[in-house]
Ligand binder design. Structure first.
Ligand SMILES: Nc1ncnc2c1ncn2[C@@H]1O[C@H](COP(=O)(O)OP(=O)(O)OP(=O)(O)O)[C@@H](O)[C@H]1O
Length: 257
């Protein structure tokens, strides 16, 4: 797997009634880098992600993967390059875990990367990476929220995308599985854009952070430049303090009303 370069140029989105939800946003993300999208509830994070995985078409501007506008590609071509793991995934609850992960191979069917044995190997690899081999035969509907989340990440990995979009990937996960997802995200070669509510986690895992407030970008750059007490107060209406952890001496944000 290798990543694509992502370029977002003045991308904005309005509802059908003309209500502006996302003001024009522009940024570049180099291949293999991780961008975190942060902001309060309703700030526009999911809307921006929906533009990036080609679910919503931007009202203005464009989204380019390796210089190619994602709306000039066919839906199938885009699905070979972009995978998304969302909060609520519509899926067939009666399918087994292995069958759901195998759905990740569908955009590649009949292409050069398809073929029974190779597809099966990719699916097994994705199951293994997400510690799901023991669940492979279970039906999806019988899994816990955290187990389902891991299945959806495994399906996205099986898709072998060049851009991976994650909407709150650590939601539902216990501490161990949160750390595992973070380690996995950090170890992948692909380009990743993820929304994250946990700002300390965002600072740890992301190369860049984009902070949204009421549909506008209020800061974008390296985590320590974006996640400042002033920006956090503007975005979340809370007081933030930057402290240093006694043992590791790492910066750590705490929040106060
Ligand atoms: N199709 C739509 N029609 C009307 N309003 C919408 C639509 N889509 C999003 N919105 C509104 O736009 C705002 C941004 O929504 P979005 O889901 O992008 O926020 P978010 O930052 O992901 O929030 P959260 O952290 O709560 O998930 C919200 O106020 C939401 O109600």
């Amino acid at each position: 797997m290798s990543g694509s370069e992502l370029a977002v140029r003045n991308a904005s989105w309005k509802t059908g009634q003309g209500k502006s939800i996302l003001q024009p946003v522009s940024f570049d993300l180099a291949a293999g880098r991780i961008l975190g999208i942060a902001g309060a509830n309703g700030a526009g994070k999911s809307t921006l992600l929906r533009l990036l995985y080609r679910y919503l078409k931007p009202g203005t501007g464009s989204i380019l993967l390796d210089g190619e506008d994602i709306w000039r590609m066919s839906a199938r071509a885009a699905a070979r390059k972009i995978a998304a793991v969302l909060q609520e995934q519509p899926t067939d609850f009666s399918l087994s875990v292995r069958e759901i992960v195998a759905l990740g191979r569908r955009p590649h069917a009949a292409g050069p990367a398809s073929g029974g044995r190779r597809d099966a190997e990719i699916v097994e690899d994705a199951l293994e990476r997400m510690a799901l081999l023991g669940f492979a035969k279970r039906s999806f509907g019988t899994l816990s929220g955290g187990e389902r989340q891991r299945v959806m990440v495994a399906r996205a990995l099986a898709q072998e995308p060049r851009l991976l979009i994650l909407d709150e990937p650590t939601n539902h996960l216990d501490i161990r599985h949160q750390l595992e997802i973070v380690a996995l995200v950090g170890s992948l070669d692909i380009t990743i854009v993820t929304s994250l509510h946990d700002l300390n986690l965002a600072a740890d895992v992301c190369d860049q952070v984009l902070l949204l407030h009421e549909g506008r970008t209020i800061a974008h750059g390296a985590p320590d430049q974006v996640l400042t007490p002033g920006n956090i107060e503007m975005a979340y209406s809370v007081q933030a303090r930057l402290e240093r952890l006694a043992v590791s001496d790492r910066p750590h944000l705490t929040f106060h009303l």
